[in-house]
Design a binder for this molecule. Structure first.
Ligand code: ATP
Ligand code: MG
Ligand code: FE
Length: 332
């Protein structure tokens, strides 16, 4: 099966072709980060305009990188949600136009299913499987008993992990997106501040990061008022220690409770070096295999959408030309 994937849910215009859901033939990502940087975050209207400008360029480039021709493409998979509605619409309408013009089936894909299936580009899944999703908009633990089936066992009650990273980074005057900058600072800092860990009720697999974010902000304000100097790298290291400890402990607990055969990590924050290291340490002491994809597959790309789309296509799922973008699409 050869699937062409399209992703435009946020600030990356991406097109990829994937064979059998596992082999990347071409994977082109045009990032708009430079255009949004001066605003300190993604500006939806600017994102949509860039997607319109970039779509045909990225599509052409994708075909330039591979010998695959349109004749060989079995279907087009596109992110239908969640994300910025104006951004999603560019991808969805491009996919619909291509589906009509090239007479290829269309498959709508959930963005987070894509993040999960980025892992299958590296290793075959074994079920039951636990996925830790940590991205700019999501922090979730998802149990998969088979391909294409997603059971939400825990999620954030407020901010997503990536969102907390980006907000704390803003407090430290670091450029957008702040996650990678905090990660770098944390590597040279020390955990000198005891920030809270949000464990929530006993047995809960939910997360909460807004209390931690407020604790960081208060700490910075109080230090300023008292004329104390806190090192940015120590704030970063202390913040990251709290995030990493809770994410790792809850993932480990759920993996054992559900007796899973594999744990996978997905989403932009999976690129975090501290999180990768801690998960690797903790899971190396168990017999549960842990899979964290290469960093370029953690952040938004279209190979992951094609990979998730392959399973949906093989399971017979099709979207019509009435497919619409859905900013708050549920994973199911
Ligand atoms: P969603 O996937 O939930 O719709 P999104 O697509 O915007 O949201 P991703 O592209 O998956 O999110 O991830 C982007 C997020 O990952 C940003 O919040 C960014 O700061 C964070 N991030 C990227 N690299 C790192 C890192 N090394 N450490 C921590 N956070 C990181
Ligand atoms: Mg992004
Ligand atoms: Fe994403």
């Amino acid at each position: 099966t050869i699937i062409l994937g399209i992703e435009t849910s946020c600030d990356e215009t991406a097109v990829s072709i994937v064979r059998n859901g596992t082999e990347i033939m071409t994977n082109v990502v045009a990032s708009q980060i430079e255009s949004h940087k001066r605003f300190g975050g993604v500006v939806p209207e600017i994102a949509s305009r860039h997607h319109v400008e970039q779509m045909t360029v990225v599509l052409e480039k994708a075909f330039e990188n591979t010998d695959i021709t349109w004749d060989e493409v079995d279907a087009i998979a596109v992110t239908e949600g969640p994300g910025l509605v104006g951004a999603l619409l560019v991808g969805v309408n491009s996919a619909k136009a291509l589906s009509f013009a090239k007479q290829k089936p269309l498959v709508g894909v959930h963005h987070i299913a894509g993040h999960i299936y980025a892992n299958r580009l590296e290793k075959e899944f074994e079920f039951p499987l636990l996925a830790l999703i940590v991205s700019g908009g999501h922090t979730e633990l998802v149990l998969m008993r088979e391909h294409g089936s997603y059971e939400l066992i825990g999620e954030t009650r407020d901010d997503a992990a990536g969102e907390a990273y980006d907000k704390v980074a803003r407090m430290l005057n670091l450029p957008y997106p702040g996650g990678p900058h905090i990660d770098q600072l944390a590597a040279i800092g020390e955990e000198t501040i005891a920030f809270p860990r949000a464990w929530l009720e006993e047995g809960s697999y939910d997360f909460s990061f807004s209390g931690l974010k407020s604790a960081v902000i208060n700490k910075i304000h109080n230090a300023k008022q008292r004329g104390e100097t806190l090192k940015n790298e120590d704030i970063a290291a202390s913040f990251q220690a709290s995030v990493v400890e809770v994410l790792t402990a809850k993932t480990l607990k759920a993996a054992k409770a559900y007796n899973v055969k594999q744990v996978i990590v997905a989403g932009g924050v999976a690129a975090n070096k501290g999180l990768r290291r801690e998960l690797e340490t903790v899971f190396s002491e168990t017999d549960i295999p842990l899979l964290i994809p290469d960093i370029k597959l953690c952040t938004d790309n279209a190979a992951m959408i094609a990979a998730a789309g392959t399973i949906a296509f093989e399971q017979g799922r099709r979207s019509g030309l009435d497919l619409n973008a859905n900013a708050s699409l549920q994973l199911k």
